[in-house]
Write a protein that binds this ligand. Sequence first.
Ligand SMILES: Cc1cc2nc3c(=O)[nH]c(=O)nc-3n(C[C@H](O)[C@H](O)[C@H](O)COP(=O)(O)OP(=O)(O)OC[C@H]3O[C@@H](n4cnc5c(N)ncnc54)[C@H](O)[C@@H]3O)c2cc1C
Length: 107
Amino acid sequence: METLDILIIGGGPIGLNCALEAQKNNLSYLIIEKGTIVNSLYNYPLYMRFFSTAEKLEIDGIPFISTAPKPGRQEALEYYQGITRQRNLNINLYEKVEKVSRENDLF
Ligand SMILES: Cc1cc2nc3c(=O)[nH]c(=O)nc-3n(C[C@H](O)[C@H](O)[C@H](O)COP(=O)(O)OP(=O)(O)OC[C@H]3O[C@@H](n4cnc5c(N)ncnc54)[C@H](O)[C@@H]3O)c2cc1C
């Protein structure tokens, strides 16, 4: 059985950021995501615009270039999906975590 330092449940912006931190600290990790990358954002209304500026939506200091001060859904999808690809993050898509249980020191 493979053991990991960190299991990240959910490949939203926070899960991706956790994975980037794990990578930087040489920790083994896997993201398990029940849908696609940044699934919540994917399910936003098509022409939805964030209330946050692009800068506030950045993760790991990676510049988020947007054509407008407040980015739209499509730009955000491209930003987070691009990071996942470029940084080669370990992510299993379309897998849902149904239960987490503990066995001695392992979850
Ligand atoms: C219309 C709208 C506009 C918004 N605008 C802004 C904004 O301008 N600025 C802002 O900061 N925030 C905004 N938000 C909130 C925004 O969605 C969150 O800030 C952001 O998505 C949080 O990221 P997260 O990674 O914590 O959670 P999420 O993006 O929700 O990611 C959680 C992930 O976990 C996955 N998941 C859940 N359960 C499981 C499971 N059991 N197994 C596997 N995977 C699972 C989900 O599919 C999802 O991809 C907005 C939200 C909405 C709905």
